[in-house]
Write a protein that binds this ligand. Structure first.
Ligand SMILES: [Fe+2]
Ligand SMILES: [Fe+2]
Length: 417
């Protein structure tokens, strides 16, 4: 099924057993050409390019694996929704992630024959957080136990999806390009859910700080800004790991083969081959963290991560605007990219959120100020009480600025039977 710009969304109620999946691709672009790499300028491939079968299958499987993973991570959140509006958004996100899995499985089945079907079976066997058969990428094995984590996840981790899908949307393999272009339109809504969700938590925190003249608003049922900062630190650091090593031969090969481009590849003005180009990369050295020029082809992961970090910063600026509107002198900040990393050159060192390299003892003494503690998580869990009456919203989060599809907040977005 092709998704035309006139729209595919339905806003009415659908009973769960009546829901039907579809495969959605952006409309074909007549005469589309491969925009980068060794094949730049050649017609885009409508059939699988045989020599790139294995790397393409790997890219599709890795992307496909993330889609059901997030649904598995989020599958219990319906029990503790802060409002019917939020429950409806959760269901939409989950349905769309399921559809993204469907789209990736379609590519495996339609173009890769038997080994594609075997990969699809293995996608079904893996489970988020399963010690024996975990999901491929670690951020997708972290639990999403509460709605603050859900909003942080949809802001930070779905945004990684945006950057991965954007670079695949320029792929020379046209069926992959078309599915990713469609998926991107849905990813925008997931990030909206995250950004507006956190903004509402921030707003409620500020209201309580003003009403009670204190930063310590937990006793008043709010999530304090210090705790929000710790959740932000956690989700940002696990999400930037998803971009991989700073320098990567795989990334160089995907680009040269014409399989995976840069963010907004077609809008960049250069030769789109990058054989002699360099790119600045932060590296951990004996003398600390320094910027070095690296071959641009090898630095493509870092380049994509840079675009992602800038995008995250724009969201934080909007949250900080909410805080400033209350006259509160606190600023939420992104931690340094070397903080709390498990992948890449920074993973061997302990680094504070401000970028200082610290020893293990300092890390252990301070980590409770930087990342959510068991106590923080228990407090957030204690707030997670379901609110399912139309028009009602939990006390730890402000109501949304507006409803969905012109409906008010008192609309029954979900009918529970
Ligand atoms: Fe997705
Ligand atoms: Fe998503």
């Amino acid at each position: 099924m092709t998704a035309e710009p006139s729209g595919w969304a339905h806003f009415g109620h659908v009973r769960m057993p009546d829901y039907r999946w579809g495969i959605f691709l952006a409309p074909p672009e007549a005469g589309r050409r491969i925009p980068f790499g060794d094949h730049a300028g050649e017609p885009a491939w409508q059939e699988l390019p045989g020599e790139y079968r294995a790397p393409l299958r790997g890219l599709i499987v890795t992307q496909g694996d993330t889609e059901p993973a997030s649904v598995e991570q989020q599958r219990r959140l319906g029990h503790t929704c802060p409002s019917l509006y939020d429950l409806r958004n959760l269901f939409q996100v989950n349905v769309e992630e399921g559809r993204h899995l469907w789209a990736m499985v379609y590519l495996l089945d339609a173009f890769f024959g038997r080994d594609g079907r075997e990969e699809a079976e293995m996608l079904l066997e893996r489970r988020s957080g399963d010690p024996d058969r975990p999901r491929i990428l670690n951020a997708f094995n972290e639990p999403t136990p509460d709605w603050l984590s859900f909003f942080m996840f949809t802001f930070f981790t779905d945004r990684d999806g945006k950057y991965q899908l954007s670079s695949l949307a320029d792929s020379g393999f046209d069926p992959l390009s078309r599915t990713c272009r469609f998926m991107l339109t849905e990813e925008a809504h997931h990030m909206f859910v995250g950004e507006s969700g956190v903004a509402r938590v921030v707003q409620r925190a500020c209201e309580l700080m003003r009403a009670h003249d204190t930063d310590h608003i937990r006793a008043h049922g709010g999530i304090d800004l210090a705790t929000l900062q710790k959740y932000l630190n956690f989700h940002f650091s696990v999400s930037i790991d998803l971009f991989g090593q700073e320098l990567s031969t795989n990334a160089a090969n995907y680009f040269t083969m014409g399989l995976k481009g840069r963010f907004q590849e077609t809008r960049i003005e250069d030769d789109h081959r990058l054989r002699d180009a360099t790119y600045p990369v932060l590296r951990m050295t004996d003398g600390g963290i320094v910027e070095q020029a690296a071959p641009a082809l090898n630095a493509l992961n870092e380049r994509l991560r840079d675009a992602y970090v800038q995008d995250c910063a724009r969201g934080l600026a909007r949250w900080n605007k909410v805080i400033r509107s209350f006259g509160i002198p606190t600023t939420l900040t992104l931690p340094h990219r070397a903080f709390n990393r498990a992948i890449g050159g920074f993973s061997a060192q302990r680094v504070a959120p401000d970028g200082r390299v610290v020893d293990q003892a300092t890390w252990e003494a301070k980590v409770g100020d930087w990342l959510p503690t068991a106590d923080d998580r228990a407090f957030i869990a204690s707030l997670m009480q379901p609110v399912t009456a139309p028009g009602q919203v939990a006390g730890w989060i402000a109501p949304p600025a507006r409803g969905i599809d012109g409906k008010g907040l008192d609309y029954d977005y979900v009918r529970l039977t």
